[in-house]
Design a protein around this ligand. Sequence first.
Ligand code: ING
Length: 303
Amino acid sequence: ARHLITAAAQMGPISRSETRADTVRRLVEMMREAKARGCGLVVFTELALTTFFPRWMIGDEAELDSFYEAEMPSAATQPLFDEAKRLGIGFNLGYAELVVEAGVKRRFNTTILVDATGRIIGKYRKVHLPGHDAPQAGRAFQHLEKRYFEPGDLGFPVFRGFGGVMGMAICNDRRWPETYRVMGLQGVDMVMLGYNTPFDHTGDEAVNSLTLFHNHLSMQAGAYQNATWVVGTAKCGTEEGSKMGGQSVIVAPSGEIVAQAVTVEDEVITAKCDLDMGRIYKETIFNFARHRRPEHYRLIVER
Ligand code: ING
């Protein structure tokens, strides 16, 4: 069996004033703990280098740019790559990406997959952007991802590494079945993702009270229906006054939760993931080739 001992490195709050160096030190500390537990891969969270800045209307472009990475790695993030290489462990890192193409600034909510030699072997840009592109009245905190990021332009690719087929998603992507299915159709063995999930997203108290239930429901369904592992890593706790859910998990292709965080702080959870566990599902219940009828699914891509 292809075993991959995997860590989800949940993060507690990152304050607005925290420096990249401070945050990288926290990530390095959790990477060391993951390695000490025998992990070959550690999954960090969405926007793991800064506070969740889309909660604010930021009018000043220079201030907005300060939350993005213009290069990866940079001097501030190089220590994370160096430590990964020294320890011989791969990692997945979410960050705000700023690129200039043909003189135009483009902004993405991005995540990368780095192998145990410190080489970037995969990149994904968040497709499903929740929230708004302009401030909404009456909200204690905004959710301006549609203002600060473009929808991802890389699709849902998969990458060979760590002995299997690896896929990435980011936060709101985990709520959409298409995310997992496009990767499932490419034979993905493990989908890794980070999330920043405020409890006050909808303003509807009944829905907000189900935030953590919907978090696990989304990832367990995605895992089971595509016979893949799902690693979901939270940024959580009360960050600059905004309360965000934790309960990071590692979900098996059966849909079972095999590891779960119990704090709302920096916490490493781990599991020995058998990448062959999905095979029985892919050969029976979810044998896509034998059972799917795409001729009846057109509405999904036509609407
Ligand atoms: N955050 C949230 C997420 O999809 C949200 C937005 C919160 C949607 C609660 C629905 C309910 O988990 C990000 N960053 O996508």
